[in-house]
Design a protein around this ligand. Structure first.
Ligand code: GLA
Length: 724
């Protein structure tokens, strides 16, 4: 609910769990009053005592206690009193200052789409909107703050529009979100990492100064995720206050938490202003990407589940939002570039035998691509490898009852490609500088409309050329060598224009091919973000396919992203990335914590392994709807050596437990389940027993004592009904 008290110029945004309060101050600035556990009322007694703070300047000569520097603000710039990190910076003939004063507001139900950018959606029942116009008459600029309140989903979505007046303006920074809170004894939680080691949970103490994560790679990147959470020191999975913030964007971003000298906390999230600017001609406007914030006092499980539900119900769209995702076989780690149609069909035959539903042909099917040195851009089939073309292969696969998936990396161009020979100017390049290579490839300049149009046409034709059910969209390098000037735009606009170009292509393909399931990838999780999920409902989580390494990667990913978005494949041993040998059972159990797939040479396996895989697939089909649409819990274990997860819905609960290393004289492992119906009876075939929900949740289960490295178990509990 969004309430407005006209007399006090006070806005009160309320969801089931939180309140968010703003008020217009005596100088017209928009002040942030409160964000936290829901309150019904906000009286007059909350305003902190006014103090004359040394070195905190203000607009009133005789009222020394008023300074923007000491107030909690909604959206602020530097130069007129606030010395903290700003949310917006611009420059025009009128100078660089920006004094944003309340002008007007509007309220309505429903939510419009954000032009050209990925955005959440909801109907009139689900979302209520508030737009607040802030004005600087001197700059002749209007900044509109958008607040979209999803009351039942407990999510507040924010974004910003800057509109120039009669004067041209150069926007140098425009964050999507600024949030001023009192600095409590919070810890900052973020997801960091590197290539093949994504989404490591990282905890930092909040103290005076700034914690900042950012990317200038032209992608969100493997090393950081556009997300920050602030949590009370005692916050755990099931208790404690957690504030979370997310950015719906896939390019250069920044996220920071800054504590000022007066222990005020400022959270900022948006496009990275390093190397960014946007030129607004008179009356032009700029939209920031969308940012989401939420609050809970029930810990990280609730934070994650809120985020999971919101992504599933308000970000992911189309056919696959509600549909079970197919179990796939990907030929990459099975064959790499070395395959023929015969070899692929032999793999497909085995895939069919074990119950796989989708066959994905990865890199190497086009141009002269027998290694990663050439042919990106030449999306014509290599008929030496596939004499029947893509259509021939797709038909063969469909005849076998398999769906067909195809790998592409459309944003890239190899120097050794026909496309580059025809259009060398389409590769991103800084005039006067040599190319910078990464995997021997260059990046197509998606800031150019003609390149985007070409890609839309080429890919539309390609995806129509055979029965294609799935596309893996890869992006295997980051962007360098930004041109100084391009298509009349400044270099600082390049990265955002690239993203707008990419989003335009993705939207067009999404509209034309509603039946294609898209999976995004950037060397694994190098662009695993909310922006991409709007167009592509799943992501290849990491190039590290080792089951044990995957535990922390998938667990970190689960902090924000639901399991249905995570590609998780069983691969061969010794593992190709880390050389570890783990049991097939464990690899299967870890794969079943996401969208299960296989990525190994099934033709090289013996009957015992194939039988085990067939069994895994049978089990996954029984639990798939729970895994993909149910509720996920990270369970408490005795040590970091153990991991336990529970996924449940109305019908069943799936417990997965993994112990990484055997230890001498190890204590017994126990887990307590969560989220069950306390009075319902749950039967577990593997245990040969039934338990009431309250027993499993309060007493818990003692697990078998097994002395084995990389040990795992999976128990499926079927809900049988209530005790009479
Ligand atoms: C990236 C992907 C892999 C695979 C290769 C193909 O690294 O993450 O899964 O598709 O490209 O070149």
């Amino acid at each position: 609910m969004i309430g407005y008290d006209e007399e006090r110029q006070l806005f009160h945004l309320k969801t089931e769990k939180f309140s968010y309060l703003m008020q217009v101050s005596e100088d017209g600035s928009l002040i942030h009053r409160y964000f936290g556990k829901r309150v019904e009322h906000y009286g007059l007694g909350h305003n902190p005592p006014k103090l004359d703070r040394s070195f905190s300047p203000g607009p009133f000569a005789k009222e020394r206690t008023f300074s923007l520097d000491t107030l909690s603000l909604e959206y602020s710039s530097n130069g007129l009193g606030d010395f903290r990190t700003s949310a917006i910076e611009l420059r025009s003939e009128a100078g660089v200052n920006l004094a944003l004063k309340y002008q007007d507001h509007r309220q309505y139900r429903g939510k419009p789409r954000l032009p050209g950018l990925p955005s959440s959606y909801g109907n009139q029942e689900e979302v209520e909107s508030l737009e607040i116009d802030l004005r600087d008459d001197c700059q002749d600029v209007t900044v509109t703050l958008f607040y979209y309140l999803f009351e039942r989903a407990n999510m507040l979505v924010r974004s910003v529009r800057v509109r120039a007046g009669a004067r041209a303006v150069k926007l140098q920074k425009c964050l999507s979100l600024m949030l001023d809170l009192p600095a409590r004894d919070f810890k900052i939680h973020s997801l960091t990492g590197r290539y093949a080691y994504e989404k490591e949970r990282t905890l930092t103490k909040l103290q005076q100064g700034s914690y900042r994560i950012s990317s200038v790679r032209g992608a969100s990147g493997h090393a950081q995720t556009p997300f920050l959470a602030l949590a009370a020191p005692d916050a755990g999975e099931d208790r404690g206050e957690v504030y979370s913030s997310h950015l719906v964007y896939s390019g250069n971003f920044q996220a920071f938490a800054e504590v000022g000298p007066l222990k005020t906390l400022r959270l900022g999230l948006g496009i990275n202003d390093t190397g960014f600017a946007w030129h607004l001609a008179p009356h032009e406007e700029f939209y920031s990407p969308e940012a989401w914030i939420s609050y809970t006092d029930a810990g990280f499980a609730d934070m994650s589940q809120t985020s999971h539900r919101f992504i599933k119900e308000h970000l992911v769209r189309g056919t696959f939002q509600q549909e079970l995702r197919p179990i796939l076989l990907n030929n990459w780690e099975a064959t790499y570039f070395d395959f023929s149609e015969e070899k692929l069909l032999a793999l497909a035959d085995k895939a069919r035998e074990v119950g796989i539903e989708l066959f994905v042909l990865d890199d190497g099917w086009f141009g002269e691509r027998n290694s990663d040195t050439c042919s990106l851009g030449d999306w014509q089939v290599n008929s030496k490898k596939l004499p029947g073309g893509l259509k021939g292969l797709a038909d063969e696969l469909h005849q076998r009852g398999l769906k067909f998936g195809l790998w592409v990396e459309p944003e890239m161009i190899s120097e050794d490609s026909d496309l580059y020979r025809q259009h060398p100017d389409w590769a991103v390049r800084a005039e006067g500088y040599a190319h910078t290579y990464s995997r021997e490839q260059l990046v197509l300049d998606l800031s150019k409309a003609e390149v985007c149009d070409y890609l839309i046409d080429t890919l539309t034709e390609l995806f129509k050329s055979a029965r294609i059910d799935y596309v893996k969209w890869d992006m295997n390098r980051n962007i360098t060598n930004i041109p100084a000037q391009f298509s009349n735009h400044e270099r600082e606009e390049f990265h955002h224009r690239y993203m707008l170009g990419l989003y335009r292509i993705l939207e067009s393909l999404y509209q034309t091919f509603p039946h294609i399931l898209f999976e995004s990838c950037s060397g694994g999780g190098g662009r695993y973000d909310l922006g991409m999920l709007h167009y592509m409902p799943q992501t290849w989580t990491s190039d590290d396919t080792d089951a044990i390494a995957r535990l922390s990667i998938q667990e970190g990913t689960s902090l924000i992203y639901p399991l249905i978005t995570m590609g998780a494949h069983v691969s061969a041993v010794p593992n190709h990335q880390v050389g570890r040998i783990t049991p097939l059972r464990t690899r299967g159990h870890v794969g079943m914590l996401g969208n299960l797939g296989y990525e190994l040479d099934l033709t090289a396996l013996g009957p015992k392994d194939l039988e085990e895989i067939a069994q895994q697939i049978k089990t996954y089909k029984e639990i798939r709807s729970t895994v993909q649409f149910g509720t996920f819990h990270r369970l408490e274990t005795r040590s970091n050596n153990e991991h336990a997860y529970l996924i449940l819905d109305e019908q069943q609960a799936v417990l997965t437990y993994i112990k990484t290393l055997a230890q001498p004289e190890a204590p017994l492992s126990q887990v307590r389940l969560k989220g069950l119906d306390p009075h319902a009876l749950y039967t577990c075939e593997a245990l040969g027993s039934s338990y009431y929900g309250d027993e499993l949740m309060n007493i818990g289960l003692t697990l078998p004592y097994v002395q084995e490295d990389f040990y795992s178990l999976q128990y499926i509990f079927t809900k049988k009904g209530e005790k009479r």
